[in-house]
Ligand binder design. Structure first.
Ligand code: BG6
Ligand code: MG
Length: 219
């Protein structure tokens, strides 16, 4: 099989902003008196800002009015953007830019499928906006991953069928979204955490596009 499209998640796939989201959610949680560890964070990877806050509030049995929730989300976002402010083109994760160049060369359409409302801002810092044929992010969505809306909208914008399109994800919720949407899914990261994916790689440093396609051929 040869893919006609490839949709990348952003945070944790293209750049290590996943760690900044973790730090910012942890600080907010602690200010609210709610404990927040790596395991909690795994469940929030790929999940929208509002659903992430709701997770933390549920964990702490806290009920807040909507103005307070908005204020807390703004606070977390300001902290996150402060941490992400230094991002520059050299921060794209190893192998990502080469992989995108190969995809372009091979005529594969390239999409972004991110839950983040900050996605374009981050891509601009990486100087990668123009690498994408379509960008779908948190500003275009009504449902958060694990709902497949983000990837289905992405495939539509690329003009490819989900079955002909690869999704690349570092989050459980994102892998589930891709599978539910009928995509082939490549996980990046921990194979146990991402065990629903068709294949999992630790990163892209060592892999070219042909090798990636071969990994998924018989899955
Ligand atoms: C996802 C991240 O890509 O975007 C989550 O994995 C994050 O950690 C979510 O909460 C929403 O991001 P933002 O930038 O809109 O707050
Ligand atoms: Mg991610």
């Amino acid at each position: 099989m040869r893919f006609k499209g490839c949709i990348f998640d952003l945070d944790g796939v293209i750049v290590d902003t996943a760690s900044h989201h973790f730090v910012a959610w942890k600080k907010l949680s602690e200010e609210l008196g709610v404990s927040f560890d790596e395991q909690d964070n795994e469940q929030l990877k790929g999940v929208s800002r509002v659903d992430s806050l709701e997770f933390i509030l549920r964990k702490g049995n806290l009920v807040l009015d909507s103005n307070t929730k908005l204020r807390l989300m703004d606070k977390k976002n300001a902290h996150y953007l402060g941490l992400a402010d230094q991002i520059q083109p050299s921060d794209a994760l190893p192998g990502i830019v080469d992989l995108m160049d190969e995809l372009k060369e091979a005529g594969v359409r390239i999409g972004l499928g991110s839950s983040s409302k900050n996605a374009e801002q981050i891509l601009e810092k990486l100087n990668l906006i123009s690498a994408f044929d379509a960008i779908v992010d948190g500003n275009h969505l009504t449902l958060s991953k694990p709902d497949p809306e983000v990837f289905l909208k992405g495939a539509l914008a690329l003009g490819v069928e989900p079955a002909d399109c690869l999704v690349i994800e570092d989050a459980r919720a994102g892998v589930e979204a891709g599978i539910t949407g009928g995509f082939r899914v490549l996980g990046v990261g921990n194979a146990d955490e991402l065990n629903q994916a068709h294949a999992v790689v630790p990163g892209f440093g060592e892999l070219n596009w042909n090798e990636i396609q071969n990994l998924l051929l018989h899955k």
